[in-house]
Design a protein around this ligand. Structure first.
Ligand code: PMP
Length: 460
């Protein structure tokens, strides 16, 4: 590899001179220099200094079968030799997207049997937004075009993704969102439940915010509700069990389509192939990406329910939408191999029956009691640790977010990659983690919390 001819310092200088990073303050980056990850194997990544870091985020919520899988490299190589590219426009296709669409439909909840491919989660949500509006137009109701989403939702970084998402900072830089998208409260009991309110009641109240938004616009003006089953980038916010069934009941009552964004939760993360099953929802669309290829290739798949697909096929008329790389043959070949490995190794069942419950126990037993921790929560292999200054009142350290960044930096120093969102630490490890890996993570996180606590007490 050519990069080995460069020192870390040289690479950092080149990076600062030429490479703009996603979601980055470039002034800070210039001052600090970037961390160069150079290789990875199994659950570990290695930086240019030779540090071994346990990857608690599966890259960016995607490397579900772990690093170093030669079968995926082989699948890409074979496909590149045979047919590196052809498109699926103009009544053409190639074998791998065709077979992958069938495979996804087999794994998907009943009633979602058609698939539209893109290269990223953002693209897939862009497709989903346009598709549901197109659907209602074909149904003769073009004015039924409002989309309801949630505050703090993350649905991607394109203009449509940002507009669907509920991140204020992102909207501030948008200079005009896609019209007719509104955002309601999120189901985040840790901060938003009222004193004495049960989890069940809070979930019902958060769901009713969706109904209020539907009634305010008028049901004949509302196309769909979109939500992540578990809000990921917003801080692994797991809704109470009452939330999704009530949202679904409300959507059905008002004939509003239900769109799930499973870009993070799709393909096993919550212990089922799709979190729709975990939370008992039957959506009209499911957006997926990331773990579809375990991140080895960029690929997204929008799963489309029979009602929408049926209308497209019955009414006809071109849907003016698609990407050069929709159904990319190499990415689809890698996805097929990835899903085959997940099935062969029983990774989804393992998360559901063994590692998911063990991960929850580790968080509860080893982390939950720490003086800095206000709450731990998880579903499958997706978890959060709330950092607080006072366990009883849940008061945060000031400025908000600073304590979690400190924990994160200590965690990385201890060989544990995790992420901070506000004052919430988040974890989303590869599904290949074993009980031993979970124990190792527990040790490293506990040490990071101790070190952060010592710093915070010193500073106080
Ligand atoms: N939706 C969700 C729920 C996501 O978490 C993400 C990415 N983190 C996206 C959409 C956007 O995916 P991408 O970055 O591949 O565009």
């Amino acid at each position: 590899m050519t990069y080995q001819n460069y020192s870390l310092k040289q690479l950092q200088q080149i990076d600062a001179a030429h490479h703009l990073h996603p979601f980055t303050d470039h002034k800070d980056l210039r001052a600090a220099g970037s961390r160069m990850i150079v290789r990875a194997d199994g659950p570990f990544v290695y930086d240019s200094e030779g540090n071994e870091i346990l990857d608690g985020m599966a890259g960016l919520w995607c490397v579900n079968i772990g690093y170093g899988r030669n079968e995926l490299a082989e699948a890409a190589y074979q496909q590149m030799k045979e047919l590196p590219y052809y498109n699926s426009f103009f009544r053409c296709t190639t074998p791998t997207p065709t077979l992958l669409a069938k495979k996804i439909a087999e794994l998907a909840p009943k009633g979602l049997s058609q698939v539209f491919f893109g290269s990223s989660g953002s693209e897939a949500n862009d497709t989903a937004l346009r598709l549901v509006r197109h659907f209602w137009a074909l149904e003769g109701k073009p004015e039924k075009n409002r989309i309801i989403s949630r505050k703090m939702a993350y649905h991607g970084s394109t203009v449509a993704g940002t507009s669907l998402g509920g991140m204020e900072g992102m909207h501030g830089q948008l200079g005009g969102a896609v019209p007719n998208i509104v955002h309601v409260m999120m189901p985040y009991a840790f901060e938003l439940s009222l004193p004495g309110e049960s989890d069940h009641d809070f979930g019902m109240r958060a769901a009713r915010a969706v109904e209020d938004a539907i009634l305010e616009a008028g049901p004949d003006k509302v196309a769909a509700f979109i939500g992540e089953p578990v809000m990921g980038a917003g801080g692994v916010k797991i809704p109470p069990a009452s939330y999704w069934p009530e949202v679904q009941r409300i959507c059905r009552k008002h004939d509003v389509l239900l769109m799930l964004d499973e870009v993070i939760t799709g393909y096993g993360r919550t212990g089922h192939w799709f979190a729709a099953e975990t939370f008992g929802v039957e959506p009209d669309t499911i957006t997926t990406a990331k773990a579809l290829t375990s991140g080895y290739q960029p690929l997204s798949a929008l799963l489309v329910g029979d009602r929408i697909a049926g209308t497209l096929q019955e009414k006809g008329g071109e849907f003016y939408h698609g990407y050069t790389y929709s159904g990319h043959p190499v990415a689809c070949a890698v996805a097929l191999k990835n899903l085959e490995i997940m099935e062969k190794e029983g990774l989804v069942e393992r998360v559901r029956d063994d590692t998911g419950p063990y991960f929850a126990e580790m968080l509860r037993e080893r982390i939950g009691g720490h003086p800095l921790v206000g709450e731990v929560r998880s579903v499958g292999l997706m978890g959060a640790i709330e950092i607080v200054g006072d366990k009883r009142t849940r008061e945060r350290f000031q400025p908000v977010g600073s304590a979690a960044v400190l924990v994160r930096d200590h965690a990385i120093g201890q060989g544990m990659m995790m992420r901070a969102t506000g004052d919430t630490m988040i974890l989303s490890p590869p599904l290949i983690w074993t009980r031993q890996t979970i124990d190792l993570a527990g040790e490293r996180i506990a040490r990071a919390l101790d070190l952060a606590e010592a710093d915070l007490r010193k500073a106080a």
